[in-house]
Structure formats: structure tokens, C-alpha cells
Design a protein around this ligand. Structure first.
Ligand SMILES: [Zn+2]
Ligand SMILES: [Zn+2]
Length: 345
């Protein structure tokens, strides 16, 4: 079979590989049909992930946003899993023994392993995985199954935010994760305002049903615009999907007292916050990693309801043979690319 193997920093090639044996008991073999490429793939490819986050684990077949079809089912799998069934893959495997696992937070497991980062992922023609990792999904488009993974981060984010119907939430960043948070929030019945420097991203958000958008110019102007929408005390919930210090700071500054600030965007930057924002306003600062099993199931149902909107996030498709070009294209064209998807057979 063919596989896109990342053999070192900025070194990727499509090569012949032996298929893994299987499926063993409790395992399925799937054929990836669509694999999304995202920011964490760029970080891995460029050697920017810390070792703790799974960096420098070469050689590796990347691809953690995977829509696939089941091709073989091992003994002991649940009945729902049959050859031909389309699935989304939950990439997380947790140890079950560490502190976060013991308190029901396996998505922050000290020893967690992600398919496509710590183990070989979807950029190959066949993948063997455990039955708990696959979620049957009823959608026409394979790319929508691949987008369940980024959508699951958004589901985790609205869960962490305790976001409720009718609440107002400001989202910084209209890339794929920001757009997914907007969809998850709208699906809950929340009112959303999205902030981004790029007008074409805001335009896409409006087409997907986001009622209010504000261009990022500078923090003062944006905070004024958000308060004009929310009322002078600010909205109760904010999400940062940028990892940019200025946006994180604006989120903390704009929120209402007793509000919830949710950090979703990854970055290695530091940010200076006015300490009074926490003591005077008693904000909850909440971080988001990936999601747990139940939240991935929720994301799968959400993707079925919002399939047409999710499909619109796909800006570019490349076949597996051109995966190396695709990842470089995504890194080199950040304004043009929303979501690059590698399509399989
Ligand atoms: Zn991703
Ligand atoms: Zn653990």
C-alpha cells in the first residue's frame, strides 16, 4: 500500500509500505477516504512540537483528522461495525491510570497517545485501529467525517465553557477551529460574534450562519465593537482560537465579570494579563486540549446535523500521492487555505 511518511523535520515522501497485520480481536481495518491537515500537523512537520506533545517521533505517518470506510472487522467488535460503514476516527488513547485519567479527564492524560502523532495516522491506504476509536457516521461526504475531529475540539470547548442556549459568546479567530466553535455554539442556540483580521474568513462565517462579525484591527476598537453588541459589561463567554497574545488579552479584557474565558488556540507565546481582570472580575480561565469519548460521539452527531456547513470549510483537496505538496501548500498559503483535505481511494 501507499503511505505518506514523515521521516524527519520537513521531510515527507509517499512510499510503498507493508500493510499492518490485522484486524486482531477488537480491532478494525479502515481505508482512509479523507484526512484533514491542521495546524498541529504543521507544527509536527516543522519539528515545533515539544517531546511531551509528541514531537520528533519520526518516522511517522501523520493524519489525525480521519474519515474512513471499514474494510475488515476483527472478532469481538460491536455489531454496528461492518465492512463498508463510514466512520470518523477518535485519535486519542489514554492510559487510564494517571491523575487526569483518575478524575475523568482522559483527554489530558499524562501518557496520552494520538493517532497521527504518537502512532501512525490516516495518510496511508489502510489503518488498523481499536473498535473504540471508530464512530459510524451518516454523511454523504467523506471530508465531513474527517472534520469530526476538529469539530470535537469545538464540542469540548463549549462543554468547558458551560455555554447555554441564549448566551452570548465572542470567538477570536475564524480559522477551522474558530468556525467549528461557532457552529457548535450556534447549534446550542447561543449568540455568536466572531473576530478575525481576514475579511474572507468572516465572510465564510456569515455564510455558515454567524450573525455578527468584527474585523480585528486593534484591541481597543475590537473591545468597543464587542461591547456594542453585548452591552457595556461585555459577553459572559469568550473563546480564543488564535493563540495570539493580543487576542487572548482582548478576550480576558472584554468579558463580563463572572465570565468564562476558554483558550483553544495553541501557541508557545506568553501573554501579559492584568491580574485585576481575574481578582476584580472573578473570571474562569479554562484550557482545552482534545476531547473524550462521549464528546467525540456528540461531535459525530453534530457533524451529521451540520454536514453542509462543514463541507464548506474544505478549501483544497489533494490526492494521497500529492500529500507532501499539500502540507507545504497549507503552510505556505495561510490566508488562502481554510482546510486542506487529502482524499483517498
Ligand atoms: Zn487537527
Ligand atoms: Zn492517563
Amino acid at each position: 500500500m501507499r503511505a505518506a511518511v514523515t521521516s524527519g523535520v520537513e521531510a515527507i515522501a509517499v512510499v510503498d509500505r507493508d500493510e499492518a497485520a490485522g484486524p486482531g480481536p477488537g480491532e478494525v481495518v479502515v481505508a482512509p477516504e479523507a484526512v484533514g491537515i491542521c495546524g498541529s500537523d504543521y507544527h509536527f512537520f516543522l519539528g515545533e512540537l515539544s517531546d511531551a506533545a509528541g514531537g520528533s517521533q519520526f518516522p511517522r505517518i501523520q493524519g489525525h483528522e480521519v474519515g474512513a470506510r471499514i474494510v475488515a472487522v476483527g472478532p469481538g467488535c460491536r455489531e454496528q461495525l461492518q465492512p463498508g460503514v463510514r466512520v470518523a476516527i477518535w485519535p486519542l488513547q489514554a492510559c487510564g491510570d494517571c491523575y487526569p485519567c483518575s478524575v475523568g479527564r482522559p483527554n489530558t492524560c499524562d501518557n496520552f497517545r494520538l493517532i497521527g502523532i504518537h502512532e501512525d495516522g490516516g495518510l496511508q491506504q489502510r489503518l488498523v485501529t481499536g473498535q473504540d476509536q471508530v464512530f459510524p457516521i451518516d454523511v454523504e461526504q467523506p471530508a465531513v467525517a474527517a472534520l469530526v475531529e476538529p469539530l470535537s475540539i469545538a464540542v469540548r470547548a463549549v462543554v468547558r465553557a458551560r455555554l447555554e442556549e441564549g448566551e452570548r459568546a465572542v470567538i477570536f479567530g475564524a480559522g477551522p477551529i474558530g468556525q467549528c466553535i461557532a457552529l457548535a455554539a450556534i447549534d446550542l442556540g447561543a449568540d455568536v460574534l466572531l473576530v478575525d483580521p481576514q475579511e474572507r474568513r468572516l465572510e465564510l462565517a456569515r455564510e455558515l450562519g454567524v450573525a455578527e462579525t468584527v474585523p480585528w484591527t486593534d484591541a481597543g476598537t475590537v473591545i468597543e465593537a464587542v461591547r456594542a453588541w453585548s452591552g457595556p459589561s461585555g459577553p459572559p463567554v469568550g473563546f480564543d482560537a488564535t493563540g495570539a497574545p493580543a487576542a487572548v488579552r482582548a478576550m480576558v479584557d472584554v468579558l463580563a465579570s463572572a465570565g468564562r474565558a476558554v483558550q483553544v488556540g495553541m501557541s508557545g507565546h506568553e501573554v501579559a494579563l492584568r491580574i485585576g481582570s481575574l481578582t476584580e472580575k472573578e473570571l474562569d480561565l479554562l484550557g482545552v486540549s482534545c476531547c473524550d469519548h462521549a464528546e467525540f460521539g456528540r461531535a459525530t452527531r453534530l457533524a451529521e446535523r451540520r454536514a453542509a456547513q462543514l463541507q464548506r470549510l474544505v478549501s483544497h483537496e489533494f490526492p494521497l500521492e500529492r500529500a507532501p505538496e499539500a502540507i507545504r501548500f497549507a503552510i505556505d498559503n495561510p490566508t488562502e487555505v481554510m482546510k486542506v483535505v487529502i482524499v483517498g481511494e
